[in-house]
Design a protein around this ligand. Structure first.
Ligand code: ADP
Length: 489
């Protein structure tokens, strides 16, 4: 099959979250299965053109928006077997951030920026004569692609036969904008209705994408079920339910090239499930790095996260002191985001020296150290479409303590105290108490049932969430999308 990925970020060029990992890995996994995949990204100022050998491609590219013709250039690079194109428009993408400025204020013209990018990506397919069997769009930023295909390109010699798949990586972000930009978007007046783009007088990109896509998926089976309910869907449950069988969940893969304790170059000692001595070295180093008491016998709980309400770290903040006071346990935290949480977690090491360590900011190397050197990895998320860190933790023999939601529920198997089976510790209630008691359960297992710990570590390290497995599911999804397009037009 020929597949065009249209996305707002992708590894190794530009990353702000898990979406970039998917857009970096999945096309290569599909190419390995024999498919021809191209990826189209915006040419952000933050992309290092020299490092990635960006070369000029089609230029200029004329893009019809609803009320104007705009011009842009295109650059090109190669990521493994996948050709990647970059839509270059200084007006839209030559600025500090991807979606917001340095103070986390969303750019006011995001509706224009990403509708332009999406239309330009489709125009690029036409100009280079790449006729995709499937256009694969991601999140609100490119959710208009399925709509543009149906509204503008249904009869096009290049794009007329293209089916569309829209992947929702996080339904909390929908791209909802004022009506002012509607003419520019080129979605046609008759489509500003509640069953398409209209959302309380505003334009909702993701909703329009869901309605128009031949097939929609999200990144884990449980999150697919949850987002069919009002509690999780942020208003879009009716539209997802309307899709019926055309909405499904496909679990993300984990990138074991970058996240494998046997080969991880960022660690000073490597290890496998057959020889865990390197993990003990990593724990000692991690304790030293974060100025914790260097003692192999104290259980160490790691956290790496964006500090946003989704991740439930406010609940952890409410109980972490009680835990270090009442339990013989250490914590190491890495993350950034909400200023109030940065202040709390940033100040705890001074108040509990030797027991809590933290680093406020983004730090790739520390994240590997925490995965490798911790005994447990805590993710108390309120919701989690898939989650990557728990998959990495499993591979590093670091047992996840997770709220049983979304992908966390799908990837972690609950500990059974009778048999010692399982790969982690799950709780259901989003509360500080649940974090307290479940962490306590993990800590008591560490002290009282070390043989169960060893059994779980072995089971955890043998879990396999390869991208190849996910790619096969996507392959089937593409065929389904093509079939629906054939049947329903
Ligand atoms: P989300 O995409 O919602 O942030 P995921 O678990 O899917 O959550 O992916 C988060 C990714 O970002 C992981 O690879 C994680 O290690 C990384 N990450 C998050 N915060 C930091 C940080 N402060 N430093 C280094 N890596 C981080």
């Amino acid at each position: 099959m020929k597949i065009a990925f249209i996305a707002s970020e992708g590894v190794p060029y530009i990353k702000s979250g898990g979406l970039a990992d998917v857009v970096g890995a999945l096309p290569n996994a599909l190419a390995a299965l024999g498919h021809q995949v191209i990826t189209i990204l915006p040419r952000y100022a933050a992309i290092d053109g020299n490092r990635h050998n960006l070369a000029q491609s089609v230029s200029p590219l004329g893009v019809w928006m609803g009320d104007a013709l705009e011009w842009c250039a295109v650059q090109q690079a190669r990521n493994g077997a996948v050709a990647t194109y970059f839509i270059e428009s200084d007006k839209h993408f030559s600025r500090w951030g991807l979606y917001h400025d340095a103070d986390f204020n969303d750019y006011q013209d995001n509706a224009r920026r990403y509708s332009f990018f999406t239309r330009a990506a489709l125009q690029l397919c036409r100009d280079i004569g790449f006729a995709p069997d499937v256009v694969h769009a991601h999140d609100w930023q490119t959710a208009l692609a399925p709509a543009y295909l149906k509204i503008w390109h249904w009869n096009d010699p290049v794009l007329g036969g293209s089916a569309s798949l829209l992947t929702i990586h996080n339904i909390a972000y929908q791209g909802v904008y004022s009506f002012d930009s509607y003419n520019y978007l080129g979605l046609q007046d008759g489509n500003f209705t509640t069953d398409k783009f209209e959302d309380h007088g505003r334009v909702n990109f993701l909703k329009g994408g869901i309605v128009h896509a031949d097939l929609v998926n999200t990144v884990s089976p449980t999150y697919a079920l949850q987002t069919r309910t009002p509690e999780f869907a942020h208003g879009l449950a009716p539209y997802l339910n309307d899709k019926g069988e055309r909405y499904l969940g496909i679990l993300n893969g984990a990138d074991y090239q970058n996240w494998d304790p046997a080969t991880d170059p960022l660690l000073s000692a490597n290890f496998t499930n057959a020889d865990l001595s390197g993990k003990a070295v990593c724990k000692r180093e991690l304790q030293k790095r974060f100025l914790l008491e260097v003692d192999a016998s104290i259980p160490l709980v790691g956290v790496v996260s964006r500090f946003v309400p989704q991740k439930g770290l406010d609940l952890l903040a409410a109980t972490i002191e009680r835990m270090v006071i009442e339990m013989r346990v250490q914590f190491v935290m890495l993350g950034s985001g909400e200023k109030s949480l940065e202040a709390i977690f940033g100040s705890l090491p001074a108040r509990y020296p030797g027991r809590i360590g933290s680093f406020i900011g983004y730090h790739e190397e520390n994240s590997h150290w925490i995965e490798a050197g911790s005994d447990f990895f805590l993710m108390p998320s309120r919701f989690e479409p898939c989650g990557l860190n728990q998959m990495y933790s499993l591979r590093y023999g670091t047992l996840p303590i997770v709220r049983a939601t979304g992908g966390l529920d799908d990837t972690v198997e609950q500990y059974d105290e009778a048999s010692g089976s399982g790969t982690g510790f799950k709780f259901w209630e989003p509360s500080a108490n649940a974090i307290y008691y479940t962490t306590g359960w993990a800590v008591s297992t560490y002290y009282d049932r070390p043989e169960h710990m060893q059994k779980m570590i072995q089971a955890a390290m043998q879990q396999d969430f390869t991208w190849e497995k996910s790619a096969r599911h996507y392959e089937a999804a593409y065929r389904t999308a093509i079939e629906y397009k054939r049947r329903l037009g």
